[in-house]
Design a protein around this ligand. Sequence first.
Ligand SMILES: [Zn+2]
Ligand SMILES: [Zn+2]
Ligand SMILES: [Zn+2]
Ligand SMILES: [Zn+2]
Ligand SMILES: [Zn+2]
Ligand SMILES: [Zn+2]
Length: 442
Amino acid sequence: MTETSTTPKNISAKPSIASVSLNFEINEPAEEPSPPFSTTWREKPSDSLSSLDDNLFIDDDHTLGNYKNNDIEINENHFAKTDQELISTGNRSALNDRSEFLRRKIKEVDDQLQREELIESLVRIQMKLASMDEEEDFEMVNSKLVSGHKFIVRKGSSSSECETCHQIIWRIVKFYYYCKICNCCVHEGCLNKVNISCAALAIENEIKVEIKICPEIGLAKQKFKCAGCQTKLSFFGNDRCMPRLCDYSGFYFCHSCHWNNTTYIPARIIHNWDIREYPVSRYFYHYLNLLRKKPIFYLKDLNEDLKGLVGELDQIVKLREDLMDMKFYVITCKDALESKILLKLSARQHFVDDSDVYSLEDFIDVANDELLEFLIDVHSALAQHIKTDCARCRKKGEICCICREPEVLFPFDNLATQCKVCCAFMHKYCFARRKECPRCTT
Ligand SMILES: [Zn+2]
Ligand SMILES: [Zn+2]
Ligand SMILES: [Zn+2]
Ligand SMILES: [Zn+2]
Ligand SMILES: [Zn+2]
Ligand SMILES: [Zn+2]
């Protein structure tokens, strides 16, 4: 089977056993400059490997907005923002929902003062939507689509490098083009020479992540050509053609396609817990940046041993499992909804969908202690609500079925344990003494 693509989605997310079954071929140079990654992968027919390989893919079954299903979904009102916050996010669908809600509310409300406040909110939101329409119309007229990038004209006060010629763009004096999807910038005159496709294209279609550490295939297999622009590479030629290795993809690139930008490498984190930056090609630099917040790494599937070996991860896994238990109390509690307690998790909503899924950023934040701090804070706020502040939630706790002390227990209590058969609650120390569940043995 032969497959051709101009995006790196062909880069296998499979571990070594799958990579071995792939042949690498580079297309002969075309008359026109070739698009980046015009490489052809040919998979050897191998039925025995294919079923195994499929299980080892990280693919878009696990991407943002498409999480594994849960029994109870979070009511989106738990994450509802204030009108001012909504306006500053500029999220069109949330703003539309909010104006629909306000319209309905205005009809229902009798109190004059409240009505006026609602009308004022509605007007502010409508004005924001109108100004967004205007901006979008302007962008539609002035934007340029090149190699999947959506470039819009910009003029600003700071400087950055042109993606094509690598010269500084002095924004203060010149117009430049900026890709609103992957954030790269080019001079006006360089616009038509952009030869690296927009990394966002690959993410839009299908997310595949290389989880083998720097799967280098060697320059000979690349026919001594840059994996991006097909320029001839050599260790003995001029400086620009000196091969540079991309630590993420394992491909060699020329200096135009590889600027020695460094970033975090998913495979090194997953297998080595190595949270340091490594040099990657320009394309994969953008690609990994775009991927950074997407919750796509299921730790149990990828490296179950990791949590036992990394102290802080172990703690984080426990806190996240507790959050899943706590979620069942707060999503059914009116007071919790009103106090918007789950808003604390709005930056990492995937934490209430599945306790096992991580983004690249989560891993980085484990290493710099930010994630643990964040989770301890959320955990204690939710525990405070459920166990102390809220009579409604407190009532849902259960007393120990062994000692029957009046203090109520919850599944996320450190002191508590639950019978695996009948789900009865008991103190861990009571169970340790009695060694059996009284409900199941009577
Ligand atoms: Zn782009
Ligand atoms: Zn330029
Ligand atoms: Zn190149
Ligand atoms: Zn409550
Ligand atoms: Zn007890
Ligand atoms: Zn039991």
